[in-house]
Ligand binder design. Structure first.
Ligand code: SF4
Length: 250
């Protein structure tokens, strides 16, 4: 679908998406991608940008996959997403699950996100295998990468983040993040420009998660220092191991 794909914003996002894909060797000739589509703004942008004629990125094929978490009993967002995928002739799989409800059940109330993402990811890996996909593309953007670094430090006692191109299962599968260079505000702006039928997250934890806490914290810090996100992002490629504590012996 090329309608609306010649705006300044589209060309900017496309340029930086291609640069991230090339810098991190995310896509190779003949790859088959599973594109994770949650129905949120970021995933619509990812699908739309990857479904555009590429200048430098090698040819690849893809399938869009949605795992419904079971939060929306009327499946309104689910139906809107399916209509969009059908109208735009996407090859897709949509699966209804109760993963979200299971993750919020009484025995797991303390940390729903852990089980939720684990079960969703497991299902995505299974679908990737069944569909012959060697890469899984997620819509995590630059702000997600920055926030994850802080979440892992604050709550996981480690310095790590989401990698733009991560090899798993001995290299049989790769998780790629083509939006790694794109700022969240521009991705959301593109969503408004294209009027994707993005749905709000119905998960009860989505307003109180650690990610939301860290996002708000960064917004507060940004009022004093506009460069704060940029500085954290750059710091991840400027690590001085000699000025860190030595790794703990096991
Ligand atoms: S915020 Fe909700 S949907 Fe997202 S990982 Fe946590 S439990 Fe799952």
């Amino acid at each position: 679908m090329n309608k609306g794909k010649n705006t300044k914003l589209f060309l900017h996002l496309k340029k930086w998406l291609e640069k991230a894909v090339l810098d991190y060797k995310m896509i190779e000739e003949g790859d088959r991608l599973l594109i994770g589509v949650s129905g949120g703004a970021d995933s619509f942008a990812l699908l739309d940008l990857l479904d555009s004629p590429m200048v430098f990125v090698p040819r690849f094929s893809f399938i869009a996959v949605n795992i419904d978490m079971g939060f929306d009993p009327d499946y309104v967002a689910y139906s809107q997403l399916e209509k969009y995928l059908q109208e735009n002739n996407y090859h897709y799989i949509m699966e209804k699950t109760d993963i979200g409800l299971l993750a919020h059940s009484d025995y797991n109330k303390k940390n729903p996100c852990f089980l939720c993402s684990r079960l969703r990811r497991k299902r995505i890996f299974e679908i990737a295998d069944a569909e012959g996909c060697n890469k899984i593309a997620f819509a995590h953007h630059r702000d997600d990468i920055i926030e994850t670094l802080l979440i892992n430090m604050f709550y996981g006692r480690e310095i790590s983040t989401m990698m733009p191109n991560q090899s798993i299962f001995d290299g049989k599968l790769h998780i790629i993040r083509p939006l790694a260079y794109l700022k969240e505000e521009l991705v959301k702006k593109y969503n408004r420009e294209r009027q994707f039928p993005a749905a709000k997250n119905c998960c009860p934890t989505s307003l109180t998660s650690k990610r939301v806490y860290v996002k708000n914290l960064l917004n507060d810090l940004e009022r004093d220092n506009k460069e704060i996100r940029e500085n954290i992002y750059k710091a991840m490629s400027h690590v001085k191991p000699d000025y860190l504590l030595p790794p703990k012996k096991k």
